[in-house]
Design a protein around this ligand. Structure first.
Ligand SMILES: Nc1ncnc2c1ncn2[C@@H]1O[C@H](COP(=O)(O)OP(=O)(O)OP(=O)(O)O)[C@@H](O)[C@H]1O
Length: 314
C-alpha cells in the first residue's frame, strides 16, 4: 500500500504529493514517473533546464492540463477535486490580467472572486511599487503588471503559492522586495511556496526545499540543508590525464579533467582518498553540476520520496 504518512503526523501536511505522475503531449513525455513530496510551510525551488517539465508540473497542479498517469494531491486532496481551488494561487509566466481594467478594478475583482480576500495586503503590494490605482493594466510596464499579479495572488491568502518564474521581469529592487515578501509570508502564515526559477542565487537565498527536474524526471528532491552536505567537491592530480579509479567508489555527479588536474562533484560513499582536496560545495555549485549532468543518479532526502505503487493512468 502507498505510504500516506505526513511530516508531523497531521492530515494534509504534505502541501504537494505526486505518485507516478506523468504527462504526455502528442506522444512525447514532458513529465514521467514523478513521485515526490513537498512538506507544508516550506519555500521550494523548482529547478531544471529549459524544457525540463517545470511548467508542466505547475500546470498539472493548477489543473491547466490533465495528467496522463499517476496522481497529484494538494494538502492530501486530489487536484481534480474542486475543494483544492481555494487553497492555492498561481502566478504564471504570462500573467493574464484584463488589459482594459484599471489596477483598482483588478483588485476589486480579486475581492469579489475570493472569500478570504486580504485587501490590505494586496493594496500594500501595489502601493509600495507606486503603481497608480487608476492606471489601466494595458498601460503598465511588464514589471508593474507583475506586481499587480503578485498582489492578486497574495490577496487570495492561499495556503500554497505556485509561481512559474515570477520575478523574471522585475528590476533588482522589486525582486528583492518580492523575495522578502514571499519569505515573510511563508514564515508568518505558514504559506507553502513552490517557485520555478533559473536564478540560482535567488533560489539559494530563498529556498529551504528543492525539486530538481531534468528530462521530465525528478533528479533531486528534499531539504536543501540535507541535499547540499550530501555532496563534496574534490580536486586532485590525474594519472596520465585520466580520472583516478578510486572515484568509482563514490557516486559521481559530474567530473572534468583540465590538464593534470581533475575536479569532481561526488556523493561520497566512504572515506575519500588522502591525495584529494575536498570542500563542501555551495547550493549553486550542486545545482549547476546536476543541470550539466541530467543523467546523474537521483537523490531524495528523507520524506521527499514517495512510493508510486498503486497509481493508475488518468
Ligand atoms: N502544450 C504543449 N504541447 C506540446 N508539448 C508541450 C506543451 N507544453 C510543453 N510541451 C513540451 O513539454 C516539455 C516540457 O516543457 P515545460 O514547458 O514544462 O518545460 P520547462 O521546464 O518549464 O521549460 P522552461 O524552463 O523553458 O520554461 C518540452 O519538451 C515542451 O516542448
Amino acid at each position: 500500500m502507498a505510504d500516506t504518512s505526513t511530516p508531523n503526523g497531521t492530515a494534509g501536511s504534505w502541501a504537494l504529493e505526486a505518485r507516478g505522475l506523468g504527462k504526455r503531449y502528442l506522444g512525447n513525455w514532458a513529465l514521467r514517473d514523478c513521485s515526490f513530496r513537498i512538506p507544508a510551510g516550506r519555500i521550494c525551488g523548482l529547478v531544471g533546464p529549459n524544457g525540463a517539465g517545470k511548467s508542466t508540473l505547475l500546470c498539472l497542479a493548477t489543473r491547466q492540463v490533465q495528467r496522463t498517469t499517476g496522481e497529484l494531491r494538494i494538502f492530501g486532496v486530489p487536484v481534480d477535486d474542486p475543494a483544492v481551488l481555494p487553497r492555492f494561487a498561481f502566478l504564471g509566466q504570462d500573467k493574464p490580467l484584463f488589459k482594459r481594467f484599471t489596477v483598482a478594478d483588478t483588485l476589486r475583482m480579486g475581492a469579489e472572486l475570493n472569500p478570504g480576500w486580504d485587501a490590505a495586503a494586496a493594496e500594500r503590494i501595489v502601493r509600495s511599487g507606486n503603481v497608480p490605482a487608476h492606471a489601466r493594466i494595458g498601460t503598465l510596464s511588464g514589471g508593474q503588471r507583475t506586481r499587480v499579479a503578485f498582489a492578486l495572488a497574495f490577496g487570495k491568502r492561499p495556503d500554497l503559492l505556485l509561481l512559474d518564474e515570477p520575478m523574471s521581469d522585475l528590476d533588482p529592487l522589486a525582486r528583492d522586495e518580492m523575495s522578502t515578501l514571499l519569505m515573510a509570508e511563508a514564515v508568518e502564515r505558514g504559506t507553502t511556496v513552490v517557485m520555478s526559477s533559473h536564478m540560482l542565487t535567488e533560489l539559494e537565498d530563498m529556498c529551504d526545499y528543492l525539486l530538481v527536474v531534468a528530462g521530465g524526471r525528478i533528479r533531486m528532491a528534499g531539504d536543501a540543508d540535507a541535499l547540499v552536505p550530501a555532496h563534496t567537491l574534490v580536486t586532485g592530480v590525474t594519472r596520465d590525464g585520466a580520472l583516478p579509479a578510486e572515484l568509482d567508489r563514490h557516486t559521481v555527479v559530474e567530473s572534468r579533467v583540465q590538464g593534470r588536474q581533475f575536479q569532481a562533484m561526488i556523493r561520497p560513499k566512504g572515506p575519500l582518498s588522502a591525495d584529494w582536496e575536498s570542500v563542501e560545495p555551495s547550493l549553486e555549485e550542486v545545482l549547476l553540476a546536476h543541470l550539466r549532468s541530467p543523467d546523474a543518479p537521483s537523490l531524495y532526502t528523507q520524506g521527499a520520496r514517495v512510493d508510486a505503487e498503486g497509481t493508475q493512468a488518468a
